[in-house]
Structure formats: structure tokens, C-alpha cells
Design a protein around this ligand. Structure first.
Ligand code: ADP
Ligand code: ASP
Ligand code: MG
Length: 406
């Protein structure tokens, strides 16, 4: 008997008809003798609607109450899907995160899963039932409802697959797999048959929201067989797996981009030991995550210090710098820019090839795109550019690295 975890995203359960279609798909697998655990997201748009309601009550609601509110979206879909399954003659039971007991830490709105009690689920499966679990939510030690961060239902799916030692975890979504880049931005993007965990992790971290980062980490750590597929079209989707020697070695597997970045510069700070920590210490104290960092060479004992943060944190980070400015003395200026984006090329093939970075920079130069910041790792190169060039840059790189579909 094969045990599958099927996760359906917001679009896939976005209407009554679509929930019924999911029930049919699950019924088919269940009738064929497979054991099925289904994880569902809230209906598309619902989490955003709830967030907007919260903001109408209070400009900055507490994270604890946000979690109580946001978790209701998924609670609606599990009940509706269980009913739809009953209607087509499939015995099914729904569970919220806390009913399963998906135990998390208490970091509201971005909680991490610690432990899953899979006893209820196993008993239901043994009794021939389909189990329907609410994605994106858990419960902390004190019984508070927590959520796992936007896109967190992917992580629920993979974590359940790991806990139950499922044969495969299928992430059903509105695209038929992982593409070389977001197919909504580049029409010539190509579906990948396979991608390594490492590459998928980079793609997700660098802005490809097709899978939540944590879900890829989990899948890699517990060796979950993970596949991204379409809810609407039959096909093999994309398998995410460890690198194998016979894998086609493209130089670049994909291009990711992130529109959620903003850049801050302190000019003319004294070039002395400890200056980076004097700037970034107070930023960290405000719980603001820093992404890229560049410090220029010093002229006349002064240097420029630039870093990027999430756009949501831009105003707060700027306020921290404004407080620091006085400490640094007269020459220091703050320059902020929230109209930037980060574009990254990713591929394990990069390890064994020189010249990838220079090709990337030449492609951007030929399009007249100025590079503001650069960072690299073994399998990725990221650049920060003006947001108005995002699409041009991604398309040009996509062609130049031979990723376009025929
Ligand atoms: P779900 O609601 O099913 O979780 P998401 O919206 O979270 O779906 O993720 C699917 C979307 O991810 C696609 O519609 C697509 O626009 C976007 N996406 C971004 N990068 C990629 C990529 N490299 N491959 C496929 N889809 C991508
Ligand atoms: N409903 C949540 C969100 O919109 C979780 C998810 O869909 O994965 O972020
Ligand atoms: Mg998603």
C-alpha cells in the first residue's frame, strides 16, 4: 500500500467547484488502494482578506491574535473538503493543526515545527479513512495557535510526509511544475523534469515562491520524495531530489528574483574596526533581517556601508540609521532606495565552470542595466538592480543561458 501526502494550494481549492474536483482526485487515488493524507491551504485570497480585516481593527495587531485569525482560512477548507469527500462516498476526517498536534515553537506568524503526533492520523489511515489536515498552522506548548509564515502549507505537507514516512509528497498547485523562472514573468520559461534540493532551496530563498523555503529544507533533511504538479493538468511535474551523477548538468538551472527588497546606505562612515557591528547590531536588535551587505574601500579614512532588508522593514531600518547618524559625526548621510530588486541565477553546474559571472554581467551591460550590488555563493550569483529593469534582466539572462523553450 502506498502512502501519499497531497497538498493543495489556495488556487486549487479556490471555489466550491475546485474543492469538489480535489475530492474527485483524492477519491480516485483512495479507490485505487492508496492511503492519502491531504493538506489544504485557505481558499485563494482568503489569507489576504483576513489580514486586511485585522489591519482595519488595529494598524499593528499582535502576532498572537493574527495567528488566531489567519488559521481560520485553512479550517474552512478542511471541513469543506471532508464534506465533499463524504458526498462522493469517501470516509474522511478533518483536523486542524492543533487537533493533530503539530507542535511548534511560539514564534507567532513564523513558527517552526518541532514535533508531530501522528497517532490519530495513523489510526484513521488504518481504518481506511482519508485524513484532511489544515496547512500553515500548529500549536505551541501552551496551546496557543501558531502559523508557519506565508506559503506555510507546503511545509505542513512535507513535515507530515516526513513524520508518516510517506512514499511521496505531492504539492499540487496552479503551475505544472518548477520552471526555469516564474512562468508568469517569462513566457519562454521551461518546466524542469528534476531539480536538486540544493538548487530548489536557493531558488526558494532567492524569491521563487513556488515552494516555501522551510518545506524544501524539511524535504532535504528527511529525504522526502517531493514533486510539484498541477492540480488541473495531468503530468509528471517536477521531482526535487538529490543530485545524481546521470543528471543533465545544465550550467544554470533557473533564475529567481525578489521584489521585496530595499537598500540602505550610510555614506562617509569612519573606516574603523567594529563599524559594521555598530551599524548592524542595532538593526538586528530591532529584529530586522539583513540580506546583502557591501562595504566600499575607504577614501580619506571614510567608507560607504550598504545593505538590503525586506521592503516591509525599510522604514524601521531607516529610523534606526537616523538614530545612529549622530554617533558617526558630520559627514555621514543616509540614502534609502526601495525601488530595487534582486535577480539571481542558480545552478549546481556553476561549481565546475568559470566565467558564469562575467557572462551574467555582460548580458546586463548589453541591456544597459546597472548593477548596484553583487553577491555570490558556490551555486548562485545575485545582483541588485533598479526594479524597472526586472523583466528585461530576467528575460535576457534566460535567453543568454540557453533556458528558453524551443
Ligand atoms: P499555491 O497557492 O498552490 O501554494 P503559489 O502561488 O504559492 O501556489 O505558488 C505557485 C506560483 O509560483 C505560480 O503560479 C508561479 O507564478 C510562481 N512561481 C515563481 N517562481 C516559479 C518557478 N520557478 N516555477 C514555477 N512557478 C513559479
Ligand atoms: N494560506 C496561507 C498563505 O496564503 C498558507 C498557504 O497558502 O500556504 O500564505
Ligand atoms: Mg504556496
Amino acid at each position: 500500500m502506498t502512502l501519499y501526502v497531497y497538498k493543495f494550494g489556495g488556487t486549487s481549492v479556490g471555489s466550491v467547484e475546485r474543492i469538489k474536483a480535489v475530492a474527485e482526485k483524492v477519491k480516485k487515488a483512495h479507490d485505487a488502494g492508496d492511503q492519502i493524507v491531504v493538506v489544504v491551504s485557505a481558499m485563494s485570497g482568503e489569507t489576504n482578506r483576513l489580514l486586511a480585516l485585522a489591519k482595519d481593527m488595529q494598524p499593528q495587531p499582535t502576532d498572537r491574535e493574527l495567528d488566531v485569525l489567519l488559521s481560520t482560512g485553512e479550517q474552512v477548507t478542511i471541513a469543506l473538503l471532508a464534506m465533499a469527500l463524504h458526498h462522493v462516498g469517501v470516509d474522511a476526517r478533518s483536523y486542524t493543526g492543533s487537533q493533530v498536534r503539530i507542535l511548534t515553537d511560539n514564534a507567532h506568524t513564523k513558527a517552526r515545527i518541532r514535533e508531530i503526533d501522528e497517532r490519530h492520523l495513523r489510526a484513521d489511515l488504518a481504518a481506511g479513512r482519508v485524513v484532511v489536515v489544515a496547512g500553515f498552522q500548529g500549536v505551541d506548548e501552551d496551546g496557543n495557535i501558531t502559523t508557519l509564515g506565508r506559503g506555510g502549507s507546503d511545509t505542513t505537507g512535507v513535515a507530515l510526509a516526513a513524520a508518516l514516512k510517506a512514499d511521496e509528497c505531492h504539492i499540487y498547485t496552479d503551475v505544472d511544475g518548477v520552471y526555469t523562472t516564474d512562468p508568469r514573468v517569462v513566457a519562454k520559461a521551461r518546466r524542469l523534469e528534476r531539480i536538486t534540493f540544493e538548487e530548489m532551496l536557493e531558488m526558494a530563498s532567492l524569491g521563487s515562491k513556488v515552494l516555501q523555503i522551510r518545506s524544501v529544507e524539511f524535504a532535504g533533511k528527511y529525504n522526502v520524495k517531493l514533486r510539484v504538479l498541477s492540480s488541473f493538468i495531468e503530468g509528471n511535474g517536477t521531482l526535487i531530489s538529490y543530485e545524481e551523477s546521470d543528471m543533465e548538468k545544465a550550467l544554470i538551472s533557473g533564475i529567481a528574483f525578489n521584489r521585496d527588497e530595499a537598500k540602505l546606505t550610510l555614506t562617509g562612515v569612519p573606516d574603523l574596526p567594529g563599524v559594521a557591528s555598530r551599524i548592524l547590531g542595532p538593526i538586528a536588535d530591532e529584529n530586522i533581517e539583513v540580506d546583502m551587505i557591501v562595504q566600499n574601500i575607504s577614501a580619506h579614512g571614510n567608507t560607504d556601508f550598504t545593505f538590503t532588508v525586506n521592503r516591509n522593514d525599510f522604514a524601521r531600518a531607516k529610523a534606526v540609521l537616523a538614530r545612529l547618524k549622530a554617533d558617526f559625526g558630520g559627514t555621514t548621510e543616509i540614502i534609502g532606495d526601495s525601488s530595487i530588486v534582486k535577480v539571481s541565477i542558480v545552478g549546481v553546474g556553476m561549481r565546475s565552470h568559470a566565467g558564469i559571472a562575467s557572462t551574467m554581467f555582460k548580458v546586463l551591460a548589453d541591456e544597459g542595466i546597472n548593477i548596484q550590488m553583487i553577491s555570490t555563493s558556490e551555486i548562485k550569483i545575485s545582483v541588485v538592480i533598479d526594479e524597472k529593469y526586472l523583466e528585461l534582466a530576467v528575460r535576457a539572462l534566460h535567453s543568454a543561458f540557453g533556458l528558453d523553450q524551443e
